[in-house]
Design a protein around this ligand. Structure first.
Ligand SMILES: Nc1ncnc2c1ncn2[C@@H]1O[C@H](COP(=O)(O)OP(=O)(O)O)[C@@H](O)[C@H]1O
Ligand SMILES: [Mg+2]
Length: 239
């Protein structure tokens, strides 16, 4: 497999407050990579730094060999990176379909709008059923599907997902993960960097993962095996 995203020795944070310390991670083409870690570890900060919402203080980030750190967020989208945040940024008074269409704002994505809309509807059939409904009236889980769908509409090669299952009822969590699994089966060259609190589900979907603690990468490798042992979970995830 070849490397798609590479984060090398990145320091990042907010103003004078440093959150990430010398963080290095990579994602190959077609891979699902989990990022786990306790609350406040810096997981969201990492995703925001990759997406160009925060400029790293040190290190480099490349997509497909092209440097993306320091680029404004919309240019990072143009390099194939799309972020779906836990706190969704949907347009509540617009319909589901309009929200999805708005995801395809960059040039490359506009050309593939129909194809990507079909992809989104095929992984989350609920969105097709509800395409004329206003986004603000959708349930939490449906809005999460919409946020992921909108990220896909940018014609992303790398999806950054920030806790897609947080706050959702078990059935909805299942629907989200089923959709993601279907997505990876349909679009095999896509990659996902998945931040999750639900370590079991994240481990099942991902090929491998990293654990962040206090802004440091403290573990890198197989997650499925690791979380099967209590000592591992206690040591790295503090639960
Ligand atoms: N806008 C901000 N300004 C200052 N500090 C922040 C900001 N956002 C997050 N932080 C701090 O950064 C640390 C890591 O937060 P975050 O990346 O959200 O962690 P996680 O997603 O792993 O829970 C926390 O201590 C948090 O308080
Ligand atoms: Mg977070």
């Amino acid at each position: 497999m070849s490397t798609l995203l590479k984060v090398d020795n990145v320091d990042s944070g907010y103003g004078d407050i440093q959150i990430l310390w010398d963080v290095s991670i990579s994602v190959d083409r077609g891979e699902v990579v989990a990022v786990l870690g306790p609350n406040g570890a810096g997981k969201t900060t990492l995703l925001k730094t990759i997406a160009g919402l925060i400029k790293p203080k040190k290190g480099r980030i490349t997509m497909n060999g092209n440097r993306i750190d320091g680029l404004p967020p919309e240019k990072v989208v143009g390099e194939g990176v799309a972020l779906a945040l836990a706190e969704k940024e949907l347009f509540p008074s617009m319909t589901v379909k309009e929200n999805l269409q708005l995801g395809a704002f960059n040039k490359g994505a506009r050309k593939k709008l129909d194809e990507n809309l079909e992809l989104v509807y095929s992984i989350f059939p609920k969105l097709r059923e509800r395409e004329s409904q206003r986004a603000g009236t959708m349930s939490g889980g449906e809005q999460q599907m919409l946020a992921i769908g909108r990220a896909l509409m940018t014609d992303a090669r790398l999806l950054l997902l920030d806790e897609p299952s947080t706050g959702l009822a078990p059935l909805m969590v299942k629907n989200i993960f089923t959709g993601l699994r279907r997505l990876m089966e349909t679009k095999t060259e896509l990659s996902i960097l998945l931040v999750e609190q639900r370590i079991g589900q994240a481990a099942e979907l991902s090929d491998r993962g990293y654990i962040l603690s206090n802004g440091h990468v403290v573990y890198e490798g197989d997650i499925r095996q690791g979380i099967a042992t209590q000592a591992f979970v206690k040591k790295y995830l503090g639960v």
